[in-house]
Design a binder for this molecule. Structure first.
Ligand code: AMP
Length: 376
């Protein structure tokens, strides 16, 4: 449990652990509300460093740097879920850290996370713990094939995962994930992947954005669309689940719940991200308040906004060399271009995104005239 939750005044400083594009967009949202951000970054060049009031460039194990950081900020938060637990605990002994670092212990471990969700009576894919190689065969017998083997920790964008189909040798899958503690999940024949971005304030009020439908390419989010093509009943259930999770954690800030939608309209929770999320980037241009502003409001002890969506919204990630198209995107009517300032282009790296808002809800997502094959 960290120090008492503060109510900040304009001019106060929010500390952010992590310096990627999520930290950058948090700092920009904070600045618009008259709040300053101090970014704690392991790298000297990083998207959030470019826009911060102050930065500390140090390792997360550097307790002197963490102590100086703590002394300079009024509250601390994070923009990635793999913040080393020791750093979060060290800070929480000195200042309020929101959301509470206890949440990290659950969300950093897929098994703890699935157990947490299941204990709330919320459906997930059937799963089993696989702590060692010898546990894989009995788990497979229990879960059946096809299945997905996932490392318990440090998996993202499909990394640390191996599919186990009819012909797969389990030993190969075990080697593929690096022979470490895993969970085995039944493969889910979902029709859609959706997410809910929920914000919970210090007063316990929860505000959710409309359910977002997500399309992945090579396990990386490519496009988010709102509204999702799901029934009102499915949407309500997804929102109820996200609110339940936020309340149960006693969460303060923004979290994302990723869900699978089944053919019959039922939903299963895939995972929880204890932070602002890529599938919520559409809210910057497509809603009256962004997920970043909601997070800043929550950690500052300010009232949350009730988000109003401006229309039908599409967010397209610019991944790897797709960033080279930014000049073309700049000329697309209505397109809002976000570049994260990353100089090194790497395959699979999120370099920026584009948002398109169509005021007319009924209009389908079409390509503007004259567009080439690259989704302009
Ligand atoms: P994750 O890292 O758990 O979010 O998984 C990355 C992606 O892999 C998800 O967005 C899904 O497309 C797919 N995936 C993960 N778990 C399952 C599952 N149990 N069944 C089917 N597809 C899955």
């Amino acid at each position: 449990m960290s120090a008492a939750q503060p109510v900040l005044a304009p001019g106060a400083t929010i500390g952010i652990l992590g310096s990627g594009q999520l930290g950058r967009m948090l700092a920009l949202a904070a600045a618009r509300l008259g709040l300053k951000c101090h970014i704690f970054s392991a790298a000297a060049e990083a998207p959030a460093v470019d826009v911060a009031h102050r930065t500390t460039i140090a390792d997360y194990s550097d307790t002197e740097a963490l102590a100086r950081f703590a002394a300079d900020v009024d509250v601390a938060t994070y923009e990635f879920e793999n913040v080393p637990a020791a750093a979060a605990t060290f800070l929480a002994e000195r200042i309020a850290v929101l959301p509470d670092p206890n949440v990290l212990a659950t969300t950093q471990d897929r098994l703890a996370e699935k157990n947490f969700v299941a204990a709330l009576g919320i459906p997930t894919a059937p799963f089993a713990a696989v702590g060692e190689a010898a546990a894989l065969a009995p788990a497979l017998a229990n879960i059946g094939r096809p299945a997905v083997l996932k490392t318990r920790r440090f998996g993202y964008d499909g990394k640390g995962q191996a599919a186990i189909g009819d012909g797969t040798d389990p030993a190969t899958a075990w080697r593929e994930v690096g022979g470490q503690a895993c969970i085995l999940e039944a493969f889910v024949p979902f029709v859609y992947e959706v997410s809910v971005i929920a914000a919970r304030g210090q007063d316990g009020v929860v505000e959710c954005f409309d359910v977002t439908q997500n399309e992945h390419q090579d396990h990386i989010l490519k496009i988010s669309r709102v509204p999702a093509s799901i029934s009102a009943h499915t949407a309500q259930e997804a929102l109820r689940i996200a609110e339940t999770i936020a309340q149960k954690f006693g969460y303060v800030g923004v979290l994302a719940v990723e869900l699978f939608v089944m053919r019959d309209g039922s939903v299963l929770v895939n995972e929880i991200a204890p932070r602002v999320h890529n599938s919520g980037h559409w809210t910057i241009d497509g809603a009256s308040v962004s997920q970043f502003e909601q997070h800043i409001r929550a950690v500052a002890g300010w009232p949350l906004a009730k988000p109003l969506r401006h229309g039908r919204v599409e967010m397209i990630n610019l991944i790897g060399s797709e960033i080279e198209d930014y000049r073309k995107w700049l000329t697309v009517p209505g397109a809002v271009v976000h570049l994260y300032g990353k100089t090194e282009v790497r395959p699979g790296r999120k370099m920026g995104h584009v948002t398109r808002v169509f005021a007319d809800e009924s209009r389908s997502f079409g390509r503007p005239r004259g567009a080439g094959s690259a989704r302009f």
